[in-house]
Design a protein around this ligand. Structure first.
Ligand code: MN
Length: 328
């Protein structure tokens, strides 16, 4: 496991000629689509990544946002054991409790404000179930693509509770990377930023950020201006690299909450299908076969009451790689 320092080299200068380029400050608004999760009770999530217009924000490659769901009405989360390759999963809750079990032997209850990061490089499997204590389920599920040099990384599971820091009416929990004077100790394979921010009514906050990073701001609640562009709940606002500060303004008379993601552009081509990230169609076919044949590549999840999730059928066509559109 390599430890990428959360203090990456700045590759662009915010005060250089690019700072004057208005296109740099143009926020691209990514709207979500509703997707049912697998499993018998099929909870619905709002997915903003990946989508046709954008595959990545840094190495972040998957953004699912759900709730607040009254689980008495909507069933909660019940994801039977399923596999992952080539990626890390991040569970971050605003409300509720999720029981995580994986083939590393981890058994964790995930709570709001607590990062749970699972690495499934060569292969891991896990189950996720909201507990009986949960009345309202609300949070995000995020994936990080592993760079080629580490895509076969060993199984790993890390937890971290970031201490909240405060600035200008905001409370900030930095769960990955660094922001202001907060640094997450959690190991990642590329430089990343991940933080939850709650913004008091009418507050405005300017954050210095790494100009080598691109950023995505997911609005959970409230209407929040990102560098002058208003984002509505469930939208992901994207900003290209080259910007040295982000200004968030909560124009609403009530509190707002957002999740800020960032990282240097992920330039590798990947093939993403179901729960797998590989580099080729054949990588995906092999991973699917290994799951279908219960190969020890993915191990066993102990203690889940029920069957594991079968892989869907592969499409007839060859899966093609995805990457971000070229920068203009
Ligand atoms: Mn999963």
């Amino acid at each position: 496991m390599s430890n990428v320092e959360p203090d990456p080299v700045t590759t662009r200068c915010a005060n250089g000629p690019e700072a004057a380029d208005p296109a740099l400050h143009q926020v691209e608004i990514l709207t979500p689509r509703e997707v049912p999760l697998g499993g018998p009770r099929a909870m619905r999530v709002r997915r903003t990544l990946p989508q046709r217009a954008r595959s990545f924000v840094g190495a972040w490659c998957f953004v699912d946002h759900y709730g607040p769901d009254d689980v008495a009405l909507r069933g909660g989360m019940d994801l039977p054991p399923h596999p992952h390759t080539g990626l890390q999963t991040v569970t971050w809750l605003f409300s509720g409790e999720v029981e995580h079990r994986d083939s590393l032997g981890s058994h964790a209850l995930v709570h709001p404000g607590e990062l749970n990061l699972m690495t499934g490089g060569r292969g891991i499997s896990h189950s996720e179930v909201s507990t009986a204590r949960t009345t309202v389920l609300h949070g995000v599920q995020l994936w990080v693509a592993l760079p080629d040099a580490h895509r076969e990384a060993a199984r790993d599971f890390q937890r971290y509770v970031p201490p909240p820091i405060r600035k200008d009416g905001a409370e900030i929990k930095v769960f990955l990377g660094s922001l202001l004077n907060a640094v997450s100790p959690v190991r990642t394979f590329t430089p990343l930023l991940g933080a939850e921010l709650t913004l008091a009514a009418g507050s405005s906050l300017t954050l210095p950020v790494d100009a080598g990073f691109e950023h995505g701001l997911l609005v959970d609640k409230g209407d929040v201006e990102l560098n002058g562009t208003v984002l509505s709940p469930a939208e992901l606002g994207y900003l290209r690299p080259g910007i040295g500060s982000l200004t968030l303004r909560n124009t609403a008379p009530t509190g707002a909450r957002v999740v800020l993601l960032g990282g240097p552009p992920f330039e590798e081509e990947t093939v993403m299908w179901w729960n797998f990230i590989g580099r080729s169609h054949d990588d995906i076919v092999r991973a699917r076969e290994d799951w279908a044949s219960a190969s020890d590549r993915f191990g066993e999840v102990e203690g889940y009451a029920g069957k594991r999730l079968p892989a869907p059928e592969l499409p007839n066509a060859t899966l093609s790689p995805r990457r971000n559109p070229p920068r203009s």
